[in-house]
Design a protein around this ligand. Structure first.
Ligand code: TRP
Length: 361
């Protein structure tokens, strides 16, 4: 059987460069690699509602933003199925049955759910839907028999939960579901790209994001104001690389060939880092280089976004067509699941016959 990808994002805002290095860039490569039989990319609006119940309009508005970000990064509807989670009711049905396979205490131990509960001050008032979203995420993944789930590190507990549900289902009922593998970003910097203020994670509420849809001027302004090494005061001072946002971004974005084009005095990032650590290399020079690297990466994305923005009805059409295609696949899996669970009464002639015989007919 061929390999299948499923992954997705909550539509709570435009996507930023953290999403790009954490997953989007990889998805496009995988889509184009020819190694996957099918690629499903889901806009997880139903999951976004689990912790945005006061903000349904935000979720609704951001569906097209995320779709535009997807398309502009190179996800291609001819190769990948782009769809909206809420349009696949089969996912709810699967979730309901999987709920029997998971305990409350198991959900309480999920580290991602735990930290999200803290972050949102849910503590005593956790919405049930939010609490159970790892189960619904297992439905997302298994409905498409995904073998491979490219996501960030924070999603590891979700994939682990999915794998447990798959094993449990297959052992209780029948070998229907596929245990997925996680595919993590290529390096530490891509795993957790910090905000421009050096804070742990880029987040809309902290206002420290560089968005894929930012203009070149906006990006430049953000890069020039980036957090670096507060002890690096004079150019001649030795500087630190660790925790220096500009270098973390270079770890995530820069390739050797960028030096030839924008900073030919060095041949690779290691040389640049060594000079910075020795002293004698100013922040502005490094920031200008990073800006060139980012601009080279983001310019084609911005240009493609402009094209897709001209025809928004077409973007919705792509999502509708993708959702219809995705629904067929999920319906097929659901039917196999119900057969395995033997909740297929009306198509089970054996059941009808033996029940009749019980009554002597
Ligand atoms: N939980 C993911 C996030 O917050 C989004 C998501 C929902 C997802 N369902 C998924 C990711 C299934 C991978 C597979 O980013």
């Amino acid at each position: 059987m061929g390999k299948i990808i499923l992954t997705g994002d909550r539509p709570t805002g435009r996507l930023h460069v953290g999403h790009y290095v954490g997953s989007l860039r990889r998805r496009v490569e995988l889509q184009n690699s020819g190694q996957f039989e099918k690629v499903f990319i889901m806009i997880a609006d139903a999951q976004a509602l689990t912790d945005n119940i006061e903000n349904p309009e935000k979720v609704r508005q951001n569906i097209v933003e995320v779709a535009l970000d997807y398309l502009s990064c190179g996800l291609d509807p001819a190769k990948s199925t782009l769809f909206i989670q809420s349009q696949i009711p089969e996912l709810c049905e699967l979730t309901f049955y999987y709920m029997d396979l998971v305990t409350v205490s198991r959900l309480q131990r999920n580290p991602t759910v735990k930290s999200e509960i803290q972050m949102r001050n849910f503590e005593a008032s956790i919405p049930v839907g939010f609490f159970t979203y790892p189960i619904s995420q297992a439905a997302d993944i298994t409905a498409f028999k995904a073998t491979t789930v490219p996501v960030g590190e924070d999603q590891l507990p979700m994939i682990e939960q999915t794998r447990e549900i798959v094993r449990k289902f297959n052992s209780v009922y029948d070998e229907v579901l596929v245990e997925p593998e996680v595919l993590l970003p290529e390096n530490q910097a891509c795993m957790r790209l910090p905000g421009i203020d050096g804070k742990a994670k880029m987040s809309k509420s902290l206002g420290n994001c560089i968005y894929l849809s930012d203009t070149a001027e906006e990006v430049k302004k953000k890069v020039m104001g980036m957090y670096t090494d507060p002890t690096h005061i004079q150019v001649s001072d030795p500087g630190h690389i660790e925790g220096n946002t500009v270098f973390t971004y270079l770890d995530a974005f820069c390739k050797d060939e960028h030096f030839e084009r924008y900073l030919p005095d060095y041949s690779n990032l290691d040389e640049l880092k060594a000079h910075y650590q020795r002293g004698g290399l100013g922040d502005v020079k490094v920031k200008r280089f990073l800006n060139s690297v980012l601009d080279e990466t983001l310019e084609p994305i911005r240009a493609r976004r402009k094209e897709f923005e001209k025809d928004i009805p077409e973007v919705y059409r792509i999502l509708k067509e993708g959702s219809e295609k995705a629904r067929e696949v999920a319906a097929q899996t659901l039917s196999e699941v119900k057969d395995a669970m033997k909740i297929n009464y009306f198509s089970d002639e054996e059941l009808i016959r033996t029940q009749s015989e019980k009554y002597g007919k």
